[in-house]
Design a protein around this ligand. Structure first.
Ligand SMILES: [Zn+2]
Length: 368
């Protein structure tokens, strides 16, 4: 089921033609599902990924036109995609995955909307397929070595509104580049207090020069600050999380008092912690090469029109993938995915990026 909303998006004509041509070539090479599965069986066999679940044997006979294989050693019957990247994948999706891998192998960038338009899958499946592949690529990136950067450095792209998180606009105050003052290692203090709403001990971390000020705050004020510890929040949402113990009016008056004390700033709909009140972990990776940062931002804006915080790590992995065409020379994608272990749908749906993101150490010299 295709969503008509997609039509609103900016569509690049030459890219569309390229994708349509690639699809035509693919459909010609794989006239039907059986042809795709025959090729898949060949690739998985060559990669040594088909191993008997019962006796670990690796010689089989295949039942024609199905995924079933029979182990020559122990006669047990199983699916040849078992325990591979294609484990329990719907047969119809298999062919679409092969098309996606073909595009990746050729280094052709493709967003979920673009892939949806050139395949038989709906937008949500298309997005999940890209994420599933990116999880494998992210693992490869980690093996090659990564460094860390806090997501606050990329807020202009990761807080952009996306189909997944439609209401998320990021506050302008967070857009400012990290200043020299913030890149020095500020020493922080953590204040612990008993939260009434969450019925547990919670903490608020501030730079050491805010220690006295944080000591003077009431529990209600601390509670509000702790809710903002992980990033900006919609005013209504913040009030809801607070537990509706104060009327909306009293709640906003508490916010005003926190604003006067320089802990929070409100930005129309959103409430944010002020830069001044945020402690050092916010700036991990502040010394990132500005050209690399620019390249990442350009890539994500250009290809994906902004992404959700949840998936940001996966797009960083995709950037690494597309910028390293020598490392990912032709054939490498198929080789990698044929050897990959399964990535479950649950893993994709529950995927949440850390606040501190991994960025590859092994970018080509031109981009890093
Ligand atoms: Zn066996």
């Amino acid at each position: 089921m295709k969503s008509p909303k997609n039509k609103k998006r900016r569509i690049d004509d030459s890219k569309e033609k390229l994708l349509a041509e690639k699809r035509r070539q693919f459909d010609q090479a794989y006239k039907n599902l059986e042809a795709g599965e025959d090729k898949l069986y060949e690739w998985l066999s060559l990669a040594g990924s088909i191993i008997c679940k019962r006796c670990e044997g690796n010689e089989f006979t295949r039942c024609d036109g199905t995924r079933n294989i029979i182990c020559l050693k122990c006669q047990s019957r199983q699916s040849f995609t078992s325990k591979t990247f294609f484990h329990k994948m719907k047969r119809a999706t298999t062919l679409e995955y092969l098309f996606l891998l073909t595009l990746l192998d050729e280094g052709i960038e493709v967003s979920a909307s673009e892939f949806e338009r050139h395949s038989s899958v709906a937008y949500s499946t298309s997005l999940n397929m890209i994420k599933k592949c990116a999880i494998v690529i992210d693992k490869k990136m980690q093996e090659a070595g990564t460094r860390l950067a806090h997501c606050v450095l990329f807020e202009e792209i990761v807080f952009r509104r996306s189909k997944e998180t439609p209401a998320r606009e990021h506050p302008r105050s967070e857009q400012k580049p990290v200043s020299a003052e913030q890149t020095s290692q500020a020493v922080s203090v953590t204040k612990t207090f008993a939260s009434v709403a969450k019925k547990q001990l919670r903490t608020v971390t501030v730079p050491v020069n805010m220690a006295k000020k944080v000591d003077s705050l009431s529990d209600v004020e601390l509670e509000i600050l702790s809710l903002l510890e992980n990033g900006p929040m919609l005013l209504d949402h913040l009030h809801y999380e607070f537990g509706n113990r104060l009327s909306f009016r009293d709640f906003t008056s508490k916010l005003s008092s926190l604003a006067i004390k320089d802990f929070v700033a409100d930005n129309g709909l959103y409430v944010v912690r002020t830069k001044k009140s945020m402690a050092s972990p916010k700036i991990v990776g502040a010394n990132l090469n500005p050209r690399l940062k620019e390249s990442l931002i350009f890539f994500i804006r250009n290809s994906y029109q902004g992404i959700s915080q949840k998936a940001s790590q996966l797009y960083f992995a995709l950037h690494w993938f597309y910028m390293n065409r020598t490392a990912w020379r032709k054939g490498k994608v198929f080789d990698t995915f044929m050897r990959s272990s399964p990535v479950t749908d649950k893993e994709v749906l529950n995927y949440v990026s850390d606040q501190v993101l991994r960025i590859s150490k092994t970018y080509n010299k031109c981009s890093a």
